[in-house]
Write a protein that binds this ligand. Structure first.
Ligand code: F6R
Length: 379
């Protein structure tokens, strides 16, 4: 069943080029004609009522799915121009935001069975039901299990097509949740005419290159990361830094590491370091920084240098063939250069491998970490 892999998690990490391809096939319309503004390049089958006069989006999720939601917020705001908030379902259900008009609520849950996410969506549906039309519930689910309880609850589903995930740590379901958000944000952007045809084509070309680029990372990095993992035998704390669209990936890298290796790890927006966490740094705390070309590249590099000045060992998720980054970091996890908006799909891959190899090296039960269950069906 593991097809020669030592753990399901590693097998599922290697399935990522394939599942991203599944999403491209399902979501992108090959017959798209850029000259026809009435035709979206994205084929999610979402009914016009869900999209009509949309003023706001709220995303509800837990754990890794919440991280996907944070990337989703970035895409929905930057590509489609729709104000978006992301809330932990476990918080939202006890302190819902005031009702806003023409609001799309998106529940993100790979299993479709997470109790808090279902309860938050149920509450939202109940309190909006019977209100004025502009407040009526519009619920969209992003899930890997369309037949789940989530599927019964929402108006519509985006299926993430990742196939069953066995490892408790979410990997392939996370990257496909990101793919669903690319699809959704581009579909909305096209319908709202916030992107030109040229820009849309650029992004679509970039999306189609992702599977081969993930393959390249897996082929070129795994051995190195396995070696690198040896150096953290005595490490008790890790810091992960990112900014902008890669801030959620810093959170995700930290979550993957802590849940399977039991090493304390914190993800932080790089610009917030100096407001407290920098006090934690010394030679014993490695810092992983995601520094990809784009709006915050120089900023992250300078945040990383501040960490280096505190003797931290610096590991960089950096663009391939970039010399500026090479000088800053002690260890490099290079990924192909892509446009910033697409980079999270690539930057998360070396972080999954890093977490995996550190945990496997410690001889831990990677697929079934202590105290965790694959789906959290109780509150
Ligand atoms: C982390 C992880 C959990 C889940 C969370 C939500 O690797 O797997 O944080 O992401 O329990 O699960 P779903 O997406 O099934 O709602």
């Amino acid at each position: 069943e593991k097809q020669g892999f030592r753990h399901f998690m590693l097998k599922e990490i290697y399935e990522q080029p394939g599942v991203v391809r599944n999403c491209l096939e399902a979501y992108l319309d090959d017959n798209w004609n850029p000259a026809d503004v009435t035709q979206s390049p994205i084929n999610l089958g979402i009914s016009p009522e869900l999209y009509a006069d949309l003023e706001q989006i709220q995303i509800l999720a837990c754990g890794t799915s919440w991280h996907a939601g944070l990337v989703g917020k970035y895409l929905l705001e930057q590509l489609a121009g729709i104000p978006t908030m992301v809330q932990y379902a476990s918080e939202f259900r006890y302190a819902p935001a005031p009702l806003t008009a023409n609001t799309l609520t998106i529940g993100v849950t790979q299993s479709g069975e997470t109790a808090d996410t279902l309860a938050a969506l149920e509450m939202e549906k109940r309190r909006r039901f019977g209100q004025l039309p502009k407040y009526e519930p519009r619920l969209l689910g992003i899930t890997n299990r369309p037949e789940s309880s989530l599927g019964q609850l929402v108006n519509q589903i985006i299926d993430t097509h990742a196939g069953i995930e066995i490892g408790v740590a979410a990997t392939k379901t996370f990257v496909t949740q990101l793919m669903a958000f690319y699809g959704l944000a581009l579909d909305l952007a096209w319908r709202r005419q916030t992107l030109t045809a040229t820009r849309m084509e650029e992004i679509l070309v970039g999306l189609r290159q992702l599977p081969a680029q993930i393959e390249l990372i897996l082929e070129s990095q795994e051995r190195y990361i396995e070696e690198l993992a040896h150096s953290f035998a005595e490490t008790h704390d890790f810091i992960f830094l990112g900014r902008g669209i890669n801030f959620p990936i810093a959170l995700e890298g930290a979550l993957k590491l802590k849940e399977i290796s039991y090493i304390h790890a914190e993800g932080y927006p790089a610009g917030e370091m100096k407001h407290g966490p920098i006090a934690l740094l010394d030679a014993k705390v490695p810092v992983v920084a995601i520094a990809m070309p784009g709006t915050v590249y120089e900023k992250v590099l300078s945040n990383a240098q501040e960490a280096k000045a505190r003797d931290a060992r610096l590991i960089g998720v950096t663009p391939m063939n970039e010399h500026e980054a090479a000088e800053t970091f002690d260890d490099l996890l290079p990924v192909p250069v892509v446009e910033e908006l697409l980079s999270p799909i690539l930057t998360v891959i070396p972080l999954q491998l890093l977490a995996y190899h550190i945990a496997a090296r410690r001889g831990l039960d990677v697929d079934q970490p202590r105290n965790l269950a694959k789906s959290v069906t109780v509150e």
